[in-house]
Write a protein that binds this ligand. Structure first.
Ligand SMILES: [Zn+2]
Length: 410
């Protein structure tokens, strides 16, 4: 059943126009245990729209957050690249704010505590906030205090009472997950010190468009951020974006530094990127209609390549079981009849099955033991890291199929 599209999460407008419909889809992180395979899996529409008033790109359908985040299988420390990136951000925040020892820092969506662990060597007092109870235990095991909660004004007040105001607050992968954006900014208003900085990271919409990364779309990501609507969001609540950087991590991220209006010098990079966005048409619906056409063309082409290889009696596995892989598998209709299994390093996913498509997830060693002819690279944003780890598979003749921005066999 399809509900009426929700209003814009940034400006509340009801003029959010659908441009990409990925169909009814199960939740991308709900990998199944073997005994769950026969059960009924909830599926929700996965439709993306563009706000005709402020230009924000978002999902049209809401999914209850508790269905997605209370028990979570994505762990930050599973990728070496990501781990280095997150602990590096902690160093950057300390340097930039010149934070003295004992300063209080908070990470929203702190996951297994990877980012906060980067503050340890600087002697910071730190607190993670994350709704996933299973991850909080992992964070505590490495000495990172974690509050199991969703972040908003209530949680912010609670933290302020017990710990005081925060010199810096970060929100990395979680930022695109937040449906209550005014609630987030109100929470910041409560918890952030007067001269404090909030640092967010989100995949950058322009990079998503360039990479035809339609698989970045899944229910957890309710927003797809460009700088324009982000400026509007913070501007509406007494904050401003004081600096912005584009980062190569994942398939391209935006890091924004946000402070209370007038408290910090604004870097000219902010205005430069806004101008660049306008020049590229990121604020035009036509840009999104063209993107949807490219996504549909990729679907056709990738299915053609897979079917041709299978007709030649080649074997195909997949590498990497990220959440986004499930959008791609579901959108293409790829199941265990065509993809034998998925190799993935995360012990939390091994032995489980992909939601909706039911492809088994196995340890990466299986790739060398079986030596399938091809491996579809679902975690294509970590292509370099994976190619290096799997050099032996390729040396023995295995080939990787990279799905976007066009289908390539490497
Ligand atoms: Zn809007």
């Amino acid at each position: 059943m399809t509900q009426a599209p929700r209003n814009c999460l940034v400006c509340r407008s009801n003029r959010v126009e659908l441009f990409l419909d990925l169909g009814s889809t199960t939740l991308a992180n709900k990998f199944l245990a073997r005994d769950e395979l026969g059960g009924k899996e909830p599926a929700y529409p996965l439709r993306v729209g563009f706000c005709q008033d402020c230009g924000h790109v978002q999902l049209l359908d809401a999914v209850p957050p508790t269905a997605m985040f209370d028990d979570y299988l994505y762990i930050s420390s599973a990728s070496d690249t990501l781990k280095g990136h997150l602990t590096g951000l902690a160093d950057t925040v300390v340097e930039r704010r010149k934070l003295p020892k004992g300063s209080f820092v908070v990470d929203i969506g702190s996951n297994d505590g990877t980012l906060l662990s980067g503050y340890k060597r600087h002697g910071m007092k730190m607190l993670g906030v994350d709704p996933a109870a299973n991850l909080a235990e992992r964070a505590r095991a490495i000495g990172v205090e974690t509050l199991t909660a969703y972040f908003g004004p209530e949680t912010a007040r609670k933290v302020r009472e017990t710990h005081g105001v925060a010199a810096a607050i970060t929100a990395t992968n979680v930022f695109p997950h937040l449906p209550d954006l005014p609630g987030l900014v109100k929470g910041l208003d409560v918890l952030l010190a007067e001269d404090g900085l909030f640092v967010l990271e989100a995949h950058y919409l322009q990079d998503l468009l360039d990479a035809v990364a339609f698989d970045t779309v899944y229910h957890e990501h309710c927003s797809y951020w460009a700088l324009g609507p982000m400026t509007r969001l913070f501007g509406d609540h007494g904050f401003e974006i004081v600096d912005v950087e584009r980062l190569p991590i994942h398939h391209g991220q935006l890091r924004a530094w946000v402070g209370r209006r007038g408290r910090h010098k604004v870097n000219p990079r902010v205005e430069a990127l806004l101008a660049d966005e306008r020049a590229k048409g990121i604020d035009k619906i036509e840009t999104y209609r063209a993107f949807a056409q490219r996504a549909l063309a990729l679907k056709t082409e990738l299915n053609r390549v897979v079917d041709k290889l299978l007709a030649e009696r080649k074997t195909i596995a997949a590498y990497g079981a990220p959440a986004k892989g499930n959008t791609l598998l579901t959108f293409l209709g790829l199941g265990p009849d065509r993809i034998s299994y998925i190799a993935d390093r995360s012990p939390l996913k091994q032995g489980r099955y992909t939601p909706g498509t039911h492809i088994p997830v196995v340890p990466p060693e299986r790739l060398l033991a079986d030596q399938p002819d091809y491996a579809l690279l679902l975690a294509w944003n970590f292509a370099d890291e994976i190619m290096a780890q799997q050099a032996e598979y390729r040396r023995r003749g295995g080939r990787f199929i990279v799905p976007v921005p066009e289908v390539r066999v490497l």
